[in-house]
Design a protein around this ligand. Structure first.
Ligand SMILES: Nc1nc2c(c(=O)[nH]1)N[C@H]1C(S)=C(S)[C@@H](COP(=O)(O)O)O[C@H]1N2
Ligand SMILES: [Mo]
Length: 506
């Protein structure tokens, strides 16, 4: 093996071990050194690339960004390790040079890791991983001390050792990153301000039971309430911020007569409300799955707005992860600040400790980890609008086709969910002949909230060997779901979901 290949190989191994060590102590938290680098990648990625990634690669887009961040991190720490070695070897000889290389590597990589993550544990783990690897590599990998054969064998051993360590770090890191100590679910959702102790949790349970009862029983079709673990997630960063409830606060700033600030205890001490709210991402493909519904616990945003007395007509919601979205104040008026989700504390991935819910609007303005409501006198652009999206307005009307079943009696059953924000769903129509004729689907009984989806189902006896099913929803104002097809970018997908069913093989 020549000298350069050996050096690059050593650098790569030092980098991998450093990054893996950080993961072992930090897990998928902002203390993992890839997280801040991923944040910079997200900010610097040109909007065309983001649009391409989302449109062409779907979810893969953010995974590619994350993979790029991992590569940058490995390159950074590997490069720092090599640099340290080079400096040491230029100034000293023999054992002194090795000692200097190890110490210098520890200091340089450790300090860099700490500066990136502001975590002593992560910085120390990086230093330890990089320095140990450097020490080992100088004993084991030096080409001048080995014959080509043993050199190759040692290199394979080093690679296997690195992979083994990486696997170990992944396994250890899995355990990290669960929300730290804060008020418990019982303390928060079971607070007694709205009645006897435990009353709010009972109110949640009865509303969830009511929704389960109203769900249509169609095999393969999700119910009216999405489980927290299955609720879709869209984030600008691959690693969610970790925001302790005890240090969280929300400020109302900008064009207001009175600045307002509330902390977690203030918010959760107010009389809670429980609302079903459906969310859908503007990037959701026509028949995609980025649409879900949950029972949220929180307080109306108006409680804070009324205290602040805004003088401007726009708001910019800002969050701990650097995300920001702007839209008319009027849309936020009926909004909600949620800290509970389906009877659990709001999960970290959905905005713990507190998120905004804006009735009838695309998911993107439902800002998670929210820490500021800035009232503006002039309109401005949010994170996604700066990247070409138009996702701050009300949702498009959509009927999904999520289940196709062949019943024992030969009939065909189709079903799905329909959503039109606060306009509501008044009907869903189904065609089984490609749009020539239409019938009304059966709808699930409505949930008693303003911004919720409904389920629909339709069963018929087929005649031919294929059937082309088309579905369209009619919103609460009587408007039929627009027929023209459009991609999600920039204003949300439009068109009617159409699916050809091969009846012979069903
Ligand atoms: N702070 C913050 N809030 C955010 C986002 C984000 O990346 N950061 N993503 C938005 C987008 S695009 C959508 S569709 C919804 C998704 O909410 P969910 O992940 O709880 O489903 O959150 C919105 N709120
Ligand atoms: Mo979104």
């Amino acid at each position: 093996m020549n000298r350069w290949a050996s050096r690059l190989g050593t650098g790569a191994i030092v980098g991998i071990v450093a990054v893996a060590s950080s993961y072992a102590v930090a897990g998928a938290t902002p203390r993992f050194v890839v997280a801040p680098i991923n944040g910079v990648v997200v900010i610097l990625t040109p909007s065309q690339v983001i649009a391409f990634a989302i449109l062409v690669l779907g979810d893969l887009g953010s995974k590619l960004g994350f993979a790029l961040a991992v590569i940058i991190a490995v390159g950074l720490f590997g490069g720092l390790g090599l640099l340290s070695e080079t400096v040491a070897d230029r100034s000293l000889r023999g054992a002194d040079a090795t000692l200097a290389a190890v110490v210098l590597t520890a200091i340089v990589t450790g300090v860099t890791g700490f500066l990136l993550t502001t975590s002593v544990a992560s910085g120390a783990a990086i230093a330890a991983g990089a320095a140990t690897t450097t020490a080992l590599s100088r004993r084991v990998l030096r080409p001048e001390r080995a014959s080509p054969r043993t050199g190759r064998r040692r290199f394979v051993a080093a690679v296997l050792g690195t992979l083994g360590f990486g696997g170990f770090a992944l396994w250890v890191g899995e355990e990290e990153g669960t929300s730290g100590a804060g008020p418990t679910r019982e303390e928060v959702l079971g607070n007694s301000s709205a009645g006897p102790p435990g009353a709010p949790i009972e109110a949640i349970q009865s509303r969830l039971a009511e929704a389960a009862e109203r769900s249509l029983d169609v095999p393969g079709m999700p119910g009216l309430v999405s489980e927290n673990a299955n609720f879709y997630e869209v984030d600008i960063n691959s690693i969610d911020p970790e925001v302790p409830a005890r240090s969280w606060s929300l400020r109302v700033t900008g064009a207001v007569r009175q600045r307002v600030e509330v902390d977690y205890a203030d918010l959760t001490d107010m009389a809670p409300e429980h609302r079903f709210v459906t969310l859908r991402c503007v990037g959701d493909p026509l028949n995609g799955q980025k649409m879900d519904n949950a029972l949220w616990t929180g307080i109306p945003v108006n409680t804070l707005l009324d205290r602040a007395r805004p003088t401007g007509a726009y708001v910019m919601l800002r969050a701990v992860d650097g995300y920001f979205e702007e839209f008319p104040l009027a849309a936020l008026r009926g909004g909600f600040l949620a800290y509970g989700m389906n009877g659990e504390l709001l999960p970290r991935g959905h905005g713990y400790p507190v998120r905004a819910l804006v009735p009838g609007h695309w998911g993107e303005v439902n800002v998670k980890w929210i820490d500021e409501i800035e009232v503006l006198s002039e309109p401005a652009e949010g994170f996604w609008e700066q990247r070409g999206w138009h996702g701050t307005g009300p949702v498009n009307t959509i009927a999904k086709l999520w289940a196709v079943n062949r019943l024992d009696d030969g009939r065909v059953q189709v079903g799905g969910h329909a959503y039109a924000g606060t306009r509501g769903i008044s009907a869903v129509e189904v065609s089984t002949d490609g749009g020539a004729s239409w019938s009304s689907a059966t709808l699930s009984p409505p949930l008693e909230d303003d911004d919720v989806w409904r389920q629909w189902t339709h069963t018929w006896t087929p005649t031919g060997q294929t059937a082309t099913v088309v579905v369209r929803a009619i919103d609460g104002t009587g408007t039929v779901q627009p027929r023209e097809d459009a991609q999600p970018f920039p204003s949300g997908a439009t068109g009617w979901v159409r699916q050809s069913i091969d009846l012979e093989n069903r």
